[in-house]
Design a protein around this ligand. Sequence first.
Ligand SMILES: [Zn+2]
Length: 262
Amino acid sequence: MRIRRSSQVGWCTKSIYGSPGDLLAVFAHPDDEVFRCGGTLALLAQRGVHVQVVTFTRGQAGSCGQPPVCTREELGAVRTAELLCSCRTLGLEPPLVLDYEDGMLAHVVQEEGTARITAYIQTIRPQVLLTWPLHGLSGHPDHAAVSRWTLAAYQQAKRAGVDDLVALYHLAMPDSLARELGLKQLHTLPDNEVTVTVDVQGVWEQKMAAVACHRTQAGESPILRAAPDRQRRFLGREHFHRALALQQDDLLLELGRQKVGI
Ligand SMILES: [Zn+2]
């Protein structure tokens, strides 16, 4: 199926499509792929999982950097290149980037957003979908929109009998960690509802290099100015909620079996 208004940016790679066991991560903006899940995606890629990131916008409403890295007009292209750098650093497939308007995804009709994701599911045949939780974690309306569409696309795929797809995961912030770090602005999850916690210390340098790819956004994340131990506490473990699943096991659950505390 041909998907309009999208482009796969980047370097030559072998075809991944058709192999079960892949992960499709559906996000709104460049940098959504790294802070809360980049280490996990890198660890999965190391295990041979093909990880495909899709973003619905080029992040063109975000910051141009402090001091500015580019003009406002150039920002979409610059952030697309930053996303490419991040995915390459994490060992992921070249990202798929759609040209929706940053900050306006809540105004895109549900059926259209869902159809985009459905088309990717049909082409990529992932085993696992990963996206923002329904409240968007930070409450960002773009994050909430892609989460609603991903849920609808998952349900549609299951109704259509797509066998490869077995689970939908949300990024999660455990209550206890948010309390410890004083993060009051996030929608958190009771600790016992966190399904998978992944210790990403083993790929710490890789994750932080991917974070550094997003040069325009460096001033937007207070955590990057925090003391090293606080940074490690916030970014060194990644948490996921298995929102919907049809079978007992999947590639993310398997990775999370290396049990670590929150
Ligand atoms: Zn975002």
